[in-house]
Design a protein around this ligand. Structure first.
Ligand SMILES: Cc1cc2nc3c(=O)[nH]c(=O)nc-3n(C[C@H](O)[C@H](O)[C@H](O)COP(=O)(O)O)c2cc1C
Length: 172
């Protein structure tokens, strides 16, 4: 597990190679296997594999989403606020699991923050995506994960990255 954690980086440049369906499946499996508060399982995943849709998703917010127009796959992660008061935590851990499985598949992936972000002066990024993909209003949107085959090599981390002073024991 630590090998994957050290290797994983946010990758925003992808080749045009199609992403194998079985890899997408295993990434979704990882999301579905994530723990869930009170076993409520409020998460849903919308897989977008059409370039016109990914172009529109890249315009969800002014900054930080533009690379999605080159992503062969975007997965929108939602959580039903009517099912769970902690849908943010549940969707976050599912997203983390999916990022790690993407690395395990040797795919590049990056989290695009949607929750709390604006599309423009009149609408939130969440409203824009709900309208675009027909997502019901109770399905709150945490993030989009853009996925594809890595274009280029991004160095992983090593032990020098670890700020061990952030670790405390028994007392801050
Ligand atoms: C909660 C969260 C929100 C993020 N939002 C974005 C985003 O909107 N766009 C983006 O390109 N990267 C986003 N990232 C990726 C971070 O920029 C990235 O994790 C950080 O620069 C550290 O780099 P690394 O993932 O390669 O270790 C986000 C990451 C997290 C955890």
């Amino acid at each position: 597990m630590l090998d994957i954690l050290y290797k994983r980086r946010s990758v925003r440049r992808f080749t045009t190679q199609e992403v194998e369906e079985e890899k997408i499946d295993r990434i979704l499996e990882a999301g579905l296997l994530a723990p869930s508060s009170k076993s409520k399982y409020p998460c849903e995943f919308i897989v977008c594999d059409q370039s016109e849709l990914n172009l529109k998703l890249s315009e969800s917010k002014p900054g930080g989403a533009s690379f999605l127009k080159y992503a062969p796959i975007s997965i929108v992660i939602t959580g039903d606020e009517e099912k769970s008061d902690v849908w943010i935590e549940d969707t976050s851990i599912a997203a983390a699991y999916m990022l790690l499985q993407a690395e395990k598949e040797d795919l590049g992936a990056t989290w695009v923050q949607i929750r709390g972000r604006e599309h423009n002066d009149n609408s939130s990024a969440e409203e824009y995506i709900q309208d675009l993909l027909g997502i019901p209003k109770n399905q709150k949107i945490l993030a989009i994960i853009g996925i594809g085959h890595k274009d280029g090599v991004k160095e992983g981390r090593d032990e020098s990255f670890l700020k061990r002073e952030k670790i405390h024991r028994n007392h801050f």
